[in-house]
Design a protein around this ligand. Structure first.
Ligand SMILES: NC(=O)c1ccc[n+]([C@@H]2O[C@H](COP(=O)([O-])OP(=O)(O)OC[C@H]3O[C@@H](n4cnc5c(N)ncnc54)[C@H](O)[C@@H]3O)[C@@H](O)[C@H]2O)c1
Ligand SMILES: O=C(O)C(=O)C[C@@H](O)[C@H](O)[C@H](O)COP(=O)(O)O
Ligand SMILES: [Zn+2]
Length: 355
């Protein structure tokens, strides 16, 4: 088992990474301090893993919400369903909400935990690669609106993250690839050495080599934990974790959350950010090419899907949460491992890139 700590003073918490962690009933049970537990999961995850989590929590008063899977369900309506389940459970302020699933379940359950009685304990049991390396860590919780991704949410840190890497055995390959996009992001923004390691282990990762996956998860979590500890609420450095996201979120929204997966949209968005950096004379073209080549080897898209208009995408980008008084702030780079926040990129440059 590997462990990474998110250092947030009294709210510090562990990220445990290892094969079979969901089978350790005593360890799971110890994470729940009160009597009431609501497990939030989805229809793909529940048949594989819900029973073993329920068994681990057998001494508690538990209830489970099984949501329909997919990004299109990350809505205020599903958030309402989770709150209704907490009410039905009679959950008091010492209740725990447990998210068992990917980032959709984690973001929804975390937002409900942030809001129920103004905040209750929350535990993340991520079952996708993307959730293990990114969404379960750092306390961003949210739902989407038709007008934009994650527009309604809260910062609410989990009490612990338990990543059982054995759950990745049942994850569809397309979802594994999507998670790798966020792994590549960590190399791209701040760790050229890790990027090179990924280039050397691309095939092993796709083949689900357990050692390679555990290493990629641990390095990613270490980087994210450090950023979150230094800038929990995204006043500065944390914005770098949004590399590719101003473009990617616009794509997801414009496609009605039923097109590219989040990780796929971020792969396209990172390539667009790298190309824009080159276009603006800030970074070598060779680095954008290297990023695109790795993403292609990982089976990820690198070009805008057909049918998306440049002006419509730019309009979507304006609701990005990093914008200040309506002016965009983009995460660009000076090359591999060197991302930064850039203001005042002319619309004409963005439109010509998107076209
Ligand atoms: N809070 C954050 O910091 C943060 C970071 C990154 C992404 N996100 C959000 O996370 C979401 C994407 O998360 P995701 O990629 O995990 O998607 P997801 O939650 O939709 O899960 C992907 C798919 O895999 C299925 N699944 C999950 N685990 C499985 C398993 N072990 N075996 C079989 N099937 C399994 C799910 O049912 C779903 O169909 C997006 O909404 C994104 O905005 C949030
Ligand atoms: O944790 C962060 O900070 C991130 O930006 C991680 C992203 O991968 C993630 O998709 C996040 O949900 C995006 O946040 P948002 O604030 O742009 O909605
Ligand atoms: Zn993301």
């Amino acid at each position: 088992m590997r462990e990474v700590k998110v250092e947030l003073g009294e709210r510090a918490y562990p990220i445990r990474i290892g094969a079979g962690l969901l089978q350790d009933g005593a360890a799971l049970s110890a994470l729940v301090t009160g009597q009431h537990v609501l497990i939030v999961t989805d229809g793909n995850v529940a048949p594989h893993y819900l029973a073993q989590v329920q068994q681990a929590l057998a001494g508690k008063t538990t209830n489970a919400v099984i949501l329909p899977p997919g990004e299109q369900e990350k809505t205020l309506a599903r958030f309402g369903d989770i709150l209704a389940a907490l009410a039905a459970l009679g959950a008091s302020r010492d209740a725990t909400v447990v998210a068992l699933g990917g980032g959709v379940v984690g973001d929804l359950a975390g937002f409900a935990a942030a809001c129920w009685m103004r905040g209750v304990r929350f535990v993340q049991l991520p079952t996708t690669l993307l959730a293990m390396v990114d969404s379960s860590v750092g306390g961003k919780t949210a739902v989407d609106l038709p007008s934009g991704k994650n527009l309604v949410g809260a910062f609410h840190q989990p009490a612990a993250v338990i990543a059982d890497t054995r759950t990745l055995d049942t994850l569809p390959l397309r979802e594994l690839r999507a998670g790798l996009a966020e792994v590549v992001k960590y190399g791209a923004i701040a760790d050229a050495e890790f990027f090179a390691w990924l280039e050397g282990h691309a095939e092993a990762l796709i083949a689900r080599d357990p050692e390679a996956l555990a290493e990629a998860i641990a390095v990613s979590c270490r980087q994210k934990a450090g950023v979150v500890a230094r800038d929990e609420t995204e006043q500065g450095e944390r914005m770098l974790l949004n590399f590719g996201h101003t473009f990617g979120h616009a794509i997801e929204t414009e496609q009605g959350y039923g097109g590219l997966l989040h990780g796929e949209a971020i792969a396209v968005g990172m390539v667009l950010a790298a190309k824009l950096s080159t276009q603006l004379g800030r970074a070598p073209a060779a680095d954008a090419d290297r990023l695109a080549a790795l993403l292609v080897r990982l089976g990820l898209p690198i070009a805008l899907p057909p049918g998306l208009g440049a002006p419509a995408l730019l309009q979507r980008m304006r609701l990005d949460k990093k914008a200040v008084s309506g002016a965009l702030r983009l995460i660009l780079w000076r090359g591999l491992g060197q991302a930064d926040v850039v203001r005042d990129v002319p619309d004409t440059e963005i439109l010509s890139l998107l076209r």
